[in-house]
Design a binder for this molecule. Structure first.
Ligand code: G3D
Length: 198
């Protein structure tokens, strides 16, 4: 009887855990985004002034609801680190691709990089959220302009859920919406990519 009660208790208390990869070119704002998201979910806050370029990986775990946890991996965007991204594909449930909206000279490189990611078989069907970051800067591209650039990838995105959201990782504007958008899509894609139960 005790075992039955404990089993029921454990299954009620088990949380769904989803792994999210945060990708994008170097300097896009990935680390800042992760730190701001952590602060907004009030876990392990860290002083944003002390952020240094990602050389390995940053990981954060946030509780987005009573039953669901997101484990987010910022694996670095320098060209030398991009070859490591594919090692994370088999376990990832969702991808966040951060774009520096002020870096006009590298927008095509961004689009090509994202194309090569979404064409990988190992992430087929995985929801992709593109973040048009640094919207607080007066010189940033409008979200509509970024959408047009990424519309070119539509054929490779296929039937998966995808979206472009404007944010400022620095001010926090729009950051919480990203976790909320993802949560719905991850749960919708559960049969394709089941979560880990903890
Ligand atoms: P990365 O992890 O993708 O390489 P970082 O990028 O998070 O290290 O950010 C790179 C630089 O962009 C940092 O500036 C950071 O403060 C800035 N940044 C990130 N997000 C935003 C944003 O939303 N708005 C503005 N204005 N700046 C942002 P420094 O000067 O430290 O290099």
């Amino acid at each position: 009887m005790f075992h039955l009660a404990r089993g029921l208790y454990n299954s009620w208390n088990r949380k769904e855990q989803y792994s999210i990869l945060i990708l994008g070119l170097d300097n896009a704002g990935k680390t800042t985004f992760l730190e701001t998201l952590k602060q907004q979910y009030s876990l392990h806050s860290k002083d944003l002034d002390k952020i240094t370029p990602t050389v390995g990986q940053n990981m954060a775990q946030i509780n987005v609801s009573k039953t669901c946890t997101l484990k987010l991996w910022d694996v670095g965007g320098q060209e030398t680190l991009r070859s490591m991204w594919s090692e994370y594909y088999p376990q990832c449930h969702g991808i966040i691709f951060v774009v520096d909206s002020t870096d006009r000279s590298r927008i095509d490189e961004c689009s090509d990089t994202l194309r090569s990611v979404v064409m990988e078989e190992e992430v087929e069907g995985v929801p992709v959220l593109m973040l048009a970051n640094k919207q607080d800067r007066p010189d940033s591209l409008e979200v509509q302009d970024i959408k047009q650039i990424f519309n070119r990838l539509a054929e490779h995105l296929g039937a998966r859920d995808s979206r472009v959201l404007p944010i400022s990782a620095l001010t926090g504007e729009g950051v919480r919406d990203t976790a909320e958008w993802l949560l719905v899509r991850l749960q919708r894609n559960k049969t394709n990519r089941p979560p880990v139960y903890r």
